[in-house]
Design a protein around this ligand. Structure first.
Ligand SMILES: [Zn+2]
Length: 274
């Protein structure tokens, strides 16, 4: 199967498959990939408690090494966070470890921003949205995890605010790309979650189009919610680029928690300035 579409190129090499945004390929100063295929990647445990966690760590490290080799960037330059559904975003000015990745050194954090070359910002998902941002004028990148809780907390817009604050970025210049994730076709929630969305987003003009009642459940379009609030934050319509790919519909190729349950691995998204 080929997931290429108007915004995405699906690369299939010997040992690795990944997606790239056509828009980001216009900028040779950045490297980007969203790794697909069901090779196992997981959240790294810094202190693995048992053999199973050690095996998961090794598989994850192997998967990170493979994509870094493929893109010709250095594994030891990876930085990630513990991704705990917060709206906390960290500015990365330096690597902490010199000779190995900074795995999970940022706690209670779901977003990373840098303007430094050769720092690989990394996130993982299984249905949550991963957002990458690039300001080609100020040369600033960000990599952000926004599950439904992050979407409620507006972490996408908080990233833009932080890029403005720290690097004087102009929202009109910022590009945002949205990874494969669970989409409105599969993001079905009960009334309690619907009410949380309604309370936060009732002022959006198009809210009633973004949350559709389906018997006693609701299908919510978190991609369009993010697109709308990013436009309201000043991003240009043509700079908000969606992969258009549902992880649950494509669970044979993309890790999906709703599709696979506890057995699901995680897909990896990396971006680096070079
Ligand atoms: Zn779907």
């Amino acid at each position: 199967m080929d997931l290429s579409n108007e915004n995405i190129i699906h690369v299939k090499n010997k040992n690795i498959e990944y997606l790239q945004f056509k828009k980001l390929l216009q900028y040779p100063e950045i490297k980007y990939a969203y790794v697909i295929g069901l090779d196992k990647n997981f959240k790294i445990s810094l202190e693995p408690k048992n053999d199973e966690e050690k095996i998961k760590n090794n598989l994850s490290k192997k998967s990170y090494k493979e994509i870094c080799d493929e893109l010709n960037i250095k594994y030891k330059n990876i930085v990630n966070t513990d991704q705990s559904h917060t709206d906390n975003i960290q500015i990365i000015k330096n690597k902490i470890n010199n000779d190995k990745p900074d795995f999970n050194l940022y706690k209670n954090t779901d977003g990373l921003i840098t303007n430094k070359k050769n720092i690989i910002l990394s996130t993982i998902n299984a249905d949550c949205i991963l957002l990458v941002f690039y300001d080609p004028i100020k040369k600033v990148i960000a990599n952000v995890h926004s599950g439904w809780r992050g979407t409620i907390k507006r972490i996408s817009v908080k990233t833009i605010e932080k890029m403005k604050e720290e690097y004087n970025c102009n929202p009109q210049d910022i590009i945002c790309c949205m990874s494969p994730s669970i989409r409105k076709c599969h993001f079905e929630v009960d009334n309690d979650v619907y009410q949380i969305f309604k309370n936060e987003y009732k002022d959006l003009k198009n809210f009633d189009e973004l949350a559709i009642k389906n018997n006693d459940k609701w299908n919510i379009d978190t991609i369009e919610i993010n697109r709308t609030i990013l436009k309201n934050a000043g991003l240009k319509k043509e700079n908000i680029i969606d992969s258009g790919i549902c992880s649950v519909c494509n669970k044979n190729l993309i890790h999906s928690y709703r599709g696979m349950g506890e057995e699901a691995g995680r897909a990896t998204q990396i971006i680096s300035l070079i």
